[in-house]
Structures are given as C-alpha cells and as structure tokens.
Design a protein around this ligand. Structure first.
Ligand code: ZN
Length: 209
C-alpha cells in the first residue's frame, strides 16, 4: 500500500482487488523504529468498508504492544510485529490472537532468523524483510534466502504451518528466488504499481511454484 497514490488510496486498492490480489499489506511506521512516518489506525478504519481484501498490517514501531488494539479495531486481520525492539513479544503475539487477528513476527535483514525461533509456535506468519525497512530505493538482500530456507526447514521438521512472507524489493525475479527458498507469500509494492501490465505481474507471482 505504501507504493499506492495516497490521495486516492481507495481507488488504487479497488483496482488491486479487481485484478485478483488477496491481501493488502499495510506498512505502519512511527518515525522511531524506522525514520519514516506513514499513517495510523484511522486510515485503516476508513479503508475497511471500501475493500474486501485481507488487511495485513505490518507494524514498524518501537512499542507495537501499545497499538495492536487500535489497529485490530480499525479492521486489521493480521498484525505483524518486529522482533528487534525491547518489549514482551510473546504476550503481544498472544494478545493479537485474543483480539481476533492473526499474529506475525518480522525480522530485519541484519537480524538472524534464530531471533524469531522462540515464537514459531505462536505465529501464523513469519515475515523476512528483504530490505532494511524505512529507507527507499534499496536492493533485495540475497542473504535473506538462506534464512527463509532455514525457516522452511524448521516449519517442516516441527509440523508447523505458519506462512513465510518476504517484503522489500520484490519483483518477478526476486520472487522466484524466494519461492525456491521456501517463501509462499509475497509483498510487492513499487514493482506492481510500476508494472506496465499489472495483471500479468500478479498472475506471474501467483503462478510461482
Ligand atoms: Zn511491510
């Protein structure tokens, strides 16, 4: 959603929905954990009645535990929180589930995937950032592929069924590499909105196996 035109968000989102996308990935930034600011729960609440997409909210916040209720009340169906800040992660993941949303954990490219290992039983999705969040124009970090492959191995060995998602610098080529490394869920922003044929872009990503 970051890559959409924010003066006409509902139009861009409806266009995405008509093409057959299933999820809307909503990036929330606080100006602390990441240098950028985006928007708050009110924007999510305003968009909720205008779309049937699954609202996948990625909180890039220092204190996500203070905001999960507001975003879930606003219509978030999944809330993903970072492993890097210092707060009670297990309690926050459990609270997200209690409030009726799916909990997810996310880690930055510089963070080892072992950091999220203690939470794998609590989550519906593990998100691997493939760029450092909050900075524009970055390239896909290939070192993440080994981490998603390890997550996929843990998922299989332990009989877990969380999704593995990637976010940042995703285009057809990087999506294909990620798919081969265990990833099943892709966030595509600028590559989608800049594609000459958005329908073909979406179909190609959805057809990866
Ligand atoms: Zn995101």
């Amino acid at each position: 959603m970051l890559a959409a035109d924010h003066t006409r968000l509902a139009d861009d989102i409806n266009a995405v929905e008509k093409l057959g996308a299933q999820w809307l990935h909503i990036d929330i930034m606080d100006g602390h954990f990441v240098p950028n600011l985006t928007f708050g729960p009110q924007t999510v609440a305003d968009l909720r009645p205008k779309s049937k997409l699954f609202f996948d909210v990625h909180l890039m916040l220092d204190n996500p535990q203070d905001y999960i209720e507001a975003f879930i009340s606003a219509g978030a169906e999944q809330v993903t929180i970072h492993v890097e800040p210092d707060y009670n992660i297990t309690a926050t993941l459990r609270r997200i589930r209690e409030l009726g949303a799916k909990p997810g954990i996310v880690f930055n490219p510089k963070t080892e995937c072992q950091a999220i290992e203690p939470y794998l039983d609590e989550i519906d999705i593990a998100l691997a950032m493939t760029v450092q969040p909050g900075f524009g124009g970055q390239v896909f970090d290939e070192s993440v592929l080994a981490k998603t492959a390890l997550l996929n191995q843990w998922r299989n060995e332990r009989g877990l069924n969380f999704r593995i998602q990637v976010d940042g610098g995703i285009n057809i080529d990087t999506a294909r590499q990620c798919r081969a490394a265990g990833v099943d869920t892709f966030v595509a922003g600028s590559a989608f909105f800049k594609a000459e044929d958005r329908n073909a872009f979406l179909n190609e990503i959805q057809a990866l196996d």
